[in-house]
Design a protein around this ligand. Structure first.
Ligand SMILES: [Fe+2]
Length: 347
């Protein structure tokens, strides 16, 4: 007698196609309406949208998980707008159980895009009460996720885009920055203790620079279908715009060595104005595990020697798989404005 269980990878491919094909435009309009009750910012809309698709994908495969409130709201609005409710593939009844053996973390090792999902996946402990055994178990889980994630990446972990924007667009970006509210500068919330963050599967350290937000010009570059298609082709899977911002660096500002959050699998950076110093990428540390990265930062500080420095000229884009590759920006000599565009995958 042969095993009648269907091929899992084939089922997952079908579920991914189903989830990617859902039309959430009505929900997005409602959640972002300026006069509406929700008024979600664009990055939240993008990230919950992707996370809702992941939840639908897993529901289709009969993996039944209770989603955070933001996903429940997204689902409720989708159904109210006429979409059939989340469903499970009929095959699941025949087979009698989930159609996938993969956990959420095994299916999406890049990590959840919204904080509530992140917190649900890791049982949070107050650090002081964390036992050695708990710490070791969480580090092991984080290490496995990073290993799984690295296997998803292409061989080329960075690339340059020669003519990312025209000179006219660059000038439009300069004009747009002038319309944004002045920021006193905010430290990246990576925390004050450089090292491995096992909850976010990321290397964190200190930074000092200003996040200025975005306007329609930057958003249009971010969402340009040809650009998104190019990034997806490079990554070997469909990528989605998540968030974008202008960054201001004043003399002395810096970004300590770190790896990016799940919402920034790919960073695409370009100079809008000024003279930014080099962006340093430690490609030879990409395959390094969390425990060794933790020690590396402790022993060498947040600007370790080595790495490769990139200076990108105006109109030129530098794309980096920053969730994998540790990177830093050394203390700046001059003022500069940078455009930063971030992308992540559904799977
Ligand atoms: Fe980064």
């Amino acid at each position: 007698m042969t095993d009648s269980r269907p091929d899992e990878s084939q089922l997952i491919s079908e579920a991914v196609a189903y989830a990617a094909g859902l039309d959430a435009s009505a929900v997005r309009r409602e959640l972002s309406a300026p006069q509406g009750p929700h008024r979600w910012p664009r990055h939240r809309l993008n990230e919950v949208d992707l996370e809702w698709r992941r939840w639908r994908l897993r529901r289709w495969l009969a993996a039944d998980e209770d989603p955070p409130g933001s996903i429940k709201l997204f689902e409720r609005l989708a159904v109210a707008a006429g979409m059939p409710p989340a469903a499970t593939a009929p095959l699941a009844t025949e087979v009698g159980g989930a159609l996938t053996t993969l956990s959420y973390d095994e299916m999406f090792p890049q990590g959840p895009l919204i904080a509530k999902a992140m917190q649900a996946r890791v049982v949070r402990q107050v650090a002081a009460r964390e036992t050695d055994e708990q710490y070791a178990a969480m580090m092991l889980a984080s290490t496995r996720r990073r290993e799984d994630y690295l296997r998803k990446l292409p061989d080329d972990t960075w690339w340059m885009i020669g003519d990312l924007i025209s000179e006219a667009t660059r000038r439009a970006c300069v004009a747009e920055i002038a319309t944004l509210p002045a920021s006193a500068g905010a430290a990246y919330d990576g925390g004050l203790s450089p090292g491995w963050d096992k909850e976010h599967d990321a290397l964190v350290s200190r930074s000092c620079n200003a996040y200025l937000g975005a306007g329609p010009t930057l958003v249009a570059i971010h969402e340009d279908p040809a650009l998104v298609a190019q990034i997806s082709a490079r990554m070997g899977r469909r990528m989605y715009p998540t968030r974008c911002t202008y960054l201001e660096y004043r003399p002395g500002d810096f970004l300590g060595v770190h790896t990016d959050q799940p919402t920034c699998e790919v960073s695409l950076l370009f100079t809008v104005d000024g003279e930014p110093g080099p962006m340093r990428s430690y490609f030879d540390r990409t395959a390094t595990g969390p425990a060794a990265l933790h020690r590396w930062v402790h022993d060498n500080g947040q600007f370790p020697d080595g790495g490769r420095d990139f200076v990108y000229r105006p109109r030129e884009g530098f794309a980096l798989t920053g969730r994998a590759v540790p990177h830093a920006r050394l203390p700046q000599q001059e003022s500069a404005f940078i455009g930063a565009l971030f992308y992540s995958g559904l799977v």
